[in-house]
Design a protein around this ligand. Structure first.
Ligand code: BGC
Length: 460
């Protein structure tokens, strides 16, 4: 699309849209912070409340289960009340849940508060990538939506650091859980200053509002904005979408990609590493808590750094290439991690191999399935069903997140560590095939051009 307006106005528009995406992306912090904090917090919650393993599992699992519910709510709310309002709501819900968990007097209140946290996270993760994809110009969309994933990784790292800071503090877990309210508060203050999604406004029939929203994040001069409005208009129908609209052939073709990646992103085992990195390192035989802590810090740092790399590459090399490289690296490192547990290996060799494989695995995830699932899930559905379809992908992702964390230790009992990691590695190979066969390249295309890809697929 030709860009009119002076260079200064182009630079200003790029800056505005980047700030918009960065503020909305803060929603990812809530998600990441909770993912990273719970394992550490649980170490002291368990003795204090005398939790048995079922109750401890419920404290952890309450969030992903709540998130499935939150994403379900977002499936209706995102179209009805708008993307921006829902992000604000997610921050408010999260604050209530974080404070509730911090002051919980018993395990029941704690579990209920964590379901509330999950509801907030579910809403945020269903709506934020969609919001960013709808305000972003096509040539920057990959990077800007990845701000969400970047915030997830920063949240995980921040949680590791907060976790260590409060380990020896009396009832430190209350601080660990309660501090999650801080980023939520920043998000709430920031989000109300941002424009509403122009595409959602068009869906409501508010062309003037959509134009005004676009003017805040596009270069001055009406020609390009006119074109964008026309393009949105050509694919907009009023918000009357129902679940059954997801059965249209083109939507089904897109859902195959979104739901497929939602499942594969989880069942290749990323959260076993995020939750259990220290345990994994310790079980290679090394007996120092220090190295185990360093391992999880290393995982956290590399996750952030490689997500920054992805952010720079997604709109240059494209989604498919990064998926091929990243998923190959994930598979390879999972097989290598399995080898590290083969008995009879000298301890230093197996520890080094385990640490190296963990780092390669996380780096590879961070440039591929990590950001690209959230990106594609926000950009591949037609506007008329985008809220519902993206929520369906999000619900699936959280459900499988829950399932993998629940089954990981059992899988190790059944197959040993080596067997479990080779199992995940094999799923990595299936993921490669899936990406090659079904995932289209969406780099540089407008959301409306992406619709056309799936329309064509549905006809063939
Ligand atoms: C995944 C999370 C994971 C995180 C790690 C996200 O894209 O959805 O389940 O914990 O990446 O960075």
């Amino acid at each position: 699309m030709a860009v009119s307006g002076s260079e200064a106005s182009v630079a200003k528009a790029r800056r505005n849209v980047t700030i918009t995406a960065a503020i909305a992306g803060l929603a990812g912090l809530l998600f990441g912070y909770d993912t990273g904090i719970i394992a550490g917090a649980l170490l002291t919650i368990t003795p204090e409340f005398g939790l048995n393993s079922l109750q401890a599992g419920m404290v952890v699992g309450a969030v992903p289960i709540g998130a499935v519910g939150g994403a379900w709510f977002a499936s209706r709310g995102a179209d009805r009340y708008g993307r921006r309002s829902l992000i604000l709501l997610s921050a408010a819900i999260f604050i209530v849940g974080a404070i509730g968990s911090a002051v919980a007097a018993d395990s029941f209140i704690l579990i209920v508060s964590r379901v509330v946290i999950g509801l907030g996270i579910g809403v945020a993760s269903a709506v934020t990538p969609v919001y960013i994809s709808e305000v972003a110009p096509s040539e920057m969309r990959g990077s800007l939506v990845t701000f969400f994933q970047l915030a997830v990784t920063v949240g995980i790292l921040a949680a590791y650091l907060v976790g260590y800071a409060f380990t020896d503090v009396n009832e430190g877990w209350r601080w660990m859980l309660g501090l999650g309210a801080v980023p939520a508060l920043i998000l709430a203050v920031g989000i109300v200053r941002l424009p509403r999604s122009p595409r959602w406004l068009m869906m409501q029939g508010d062309e003037q509002g959509a134009r005004a929203a676009l003017e805040r994040v596009r270069p001055a001069g009406t020609e390009a904005i006119d074109l964008e409005i026309q393009e949105i208009q050509s694919t907009t129908s009023p918000d009357t979408s129902r679940w059954k609209d997801l059965r249209q052939p083109a939507v089904k073709a897109a859902l195959l990609v979104g739901i497929g990646l939602a499942i594969l992103q989880q069942i290749t085992g990323i959260n076993t590493v995020i939750y259990y990195a220290p345990t994994i390192i310790q079980s290679t035989g090394i007996d120092s808590a220090g190295s185990a802590i360093l391992a999880s810090l290393g995982v956290g740092i590399i996750n952030v750094l490689m997500t920054v790399v992805a952010l720079r590459l997604l709109d240059q090399v494209g989604r498919r290439t990064l998926l091929f490289i990243g998923v190959s690296g994930m598979s390879l490192s999972l097989f290598a991690l399995g080898v590290a547990f083969v008995s009879g290996m000298p301890e230093t060799v197996s520890t080094l191999l385990a640490i190296g494989s963990l780092m390669l695995f996380v780096s590879s995830f961070a440039i591929s399935l990590g950001p690209i699932f959230w990106l594609l899930n926000a950009e591949i559905y037609p506007l008329s069903v985008r809220g519902k379809a993206a929520a369906a992908g999000t619900m699936t992702n959280w459900f499988f997140n829950f399932l993998v964390s629940l089954t990981f230790l059992g899988l190790i009992e059944l197959l040993t560590e080596t067997g479990a990691f080779w199992f995940y590695g094999t799923i990595g190979l299936v993921t490669l095939w899936f990406c090659w066969k079904f995932v289209p390249e969406t780099k540089g295309k407008t959301l409306e051009q992406i619709d056309a890809i799936f329309e064509r697929r549905a006809k063939n």
